[in-house]
Design a protein around this ligand. Structure first.
Ligand code: SF4
Length: 455
């Protein structure tokens, strides 16, 4: 469905006199961040200027329901905005994204947060301009839930904040129903974007000077499964490799069960696909993996990870959940065993948290919170022991990276990420920013490396 904003001109006209500003509060994953850039594109197209958190007129919450604390964050922030409404400030509040697709949240908003103006689910960008115009200009407000979660919206304007790196969604939704995850219920079934739409987006970005792209999807390697004619994720990578100007291609996240040899071959032979793969493990125990409905075993995961590690200079990152319902000590030790064998460069680790509406939320759980915290600490310790060893292997070698700008912690130094997604700081000049340079690694400092540009 092509995105058409028939309210653009009318709203621009209104904004010429009223100068309204917007602020977008984004929670959750990179898919949500990408959606927020599109909301910014829609708003700026309608004449709204970017404002700040304390004074903006249009406040958009782009919500997530993967982590429990996101709910508390949303309702806490709504409470603060209520004061501005009571003080008769000109403020309009929209809540969009995953959280609004959950019935109990919608009921809570309707009951206790009636000052909210617009509530829309995922894939509702086509409706957003009309709702916003009606709220602001026609003073019409109605909290309603609109289910268009299976839409595929094309040509939505987008405002990137970075000048050299951009994200491009390639597939929406998920068919996997991992038992702990709410995503398939709130983002709908898998819908792959047409290859030509993605390739055109990437060509346009290259023309605008972008050097690095991140391909996004809940499960990128099931891209194309919904097409009648065969066109797969490895085929898409090969086509994108041909786009001149793009130098680094990353993707997030693949599912281990769909990671086949043809994808490994494409990565191995590519000059642009990053030498970094995010391969979510979740648990290292086969029984727990079965309860999670992950559809791979401990052994299958290790085989795949070690096969990937044969690609020269590759780095692996992963997600791990500790304390899944009734996870035993022995089962947790399997997770540590996989971490020891695979040696991940980055681990995003979480204590299991119940999401209402998922199968795992109904599972009995006798593991205490203290035990879960203890497991998380032990996992963290093991990871921090492994990391310096992996970093040290990079010392003395040269890596290509995009100079992103000044380091946040030391404004005399500049920063960038290697293809392996390692942060490197080095001396450079403003002229180097936006260029791809070779950097030699001099030393490792756990979370970052120090290097020098090879001129
Ligand atoms: S693959 Fe599993 S964890 Fe990932 S989005 Fe789909 S259901 Fe959730």
């Amino acid at each position: 469905m092509k995105f058409v904003n028939s309210y653009k001109d009318k709203m621009r006209k209104y904004n010429e006199e009223h100068n309204l500003t917007y602020y977008i509060d984004t929670m959750g994953c990179q898919m949500n961040e990408n959606d927020s850039l599109k909301y910014a594109g829609i708003l700026e197209g309608m004449g709204f200027k970017k404002g700040n958190e304390d004074t903006a007129n249009v406040y958009v919450f782009n919500t997530c329901c993967v982590r429990e604390n996101a709910e508390n964050t949303l309702f806490g922030r709504l409470g603060m905005l209520k004061r501005r409404k009571i003080n008769n400030e000109e403020i309009y509040i929209a809540i969009v994204g995953c959280m609004t697709q959950q019935e109990h949240i919608l009921e809570k908003i309707k009951k206790s947060y009636r000052f909210v103006d617009i509530v829309l689910g995922t894939s509702c960008m086509s409706i957003f301009p009309e709702k916003l115009y009606d709220t602001i200009v026609n003073d019409k407000k109605k909290i309603e839930y609109i289910d268009v979660s299976n839409n595929l919206e094309e040509d939505v304007p987008i405002v990137y904040e970075d000048k050299y790196k951009a994200s491009v969604s390639i597939i929406y939704g998920c068919n996997n129903f991992c038992t702990y995850c709410i995503v398939p219920y709130v983002r709908g079934r898998e819908r792959s974007r047409k290859p030509e739409d993605i390739i055109n987006d990437v060509k346009r970005l290259a023309k605008e000077g972008y050097k690095e792209i991140m391909l996004l999807g809940q499960n990128v390697n099931s891209y194309g499964n919904d097409f009648e004619e065969k066109y797969t994720f490895p085929m898409l990578l090969k086509d994108l490799e041909k786009v001149e100007g793009i130098e680094i291609i990353r993707f997030m996240s693949p599912h281990p069960k769909d990671f086949k040899d043809d994808l490994i071959e494409v990565i191995k032979n590519s000059k642009k696909v990053a030498r970094q793969i995010h391969l979510p493990l979740q648990s290292g125990n086969t029984e727990i993996l079965k309860k999670m409905n992950r559809r791979y075993t401990k052994e299958e995961y290790i085989d795949l990870a070690l096969k990937l590690k044969e690609i020269p200079d590759i780095s692996l990152s992963t997600d791990i959940i500790v304390g899944f319902p009734n996870e035993t000590e022995e089962q947790f030790l399997d997770t540590l065993d996989v971490v020891r064998k695979v040696e991940f460069d980055q681990i995003y680790m979480f204590i299991y948290s119940k999401r209402t509406g998922t199968i795992a939320a109904k599972m009995e759980d006798e593991v205490t919170y203290d035990e879960k915290v203890d497991r998380l600490e032990r996992l963290k310790k093991l990871y921090e022991e492994t990391l310096p060893k992996l970093n040290a292997k990079m010392i003395g070698k040269e890596y290509k990276l995009l100079v992103e700008g000044k380091s946040k912690n030391n404004n005399k130094l500049y920063t960038g990420r290697t293809s392996q997604n390692k942060v490197v700081v080095f001396e450079a000049t403003n002229n180097d920013v936006g260029k791809v340079v070779n950097v030699k690694i001099d030393s490792e400092h756990l979370w970052y490396l120090k290097g020098s540009i090879v001129r």
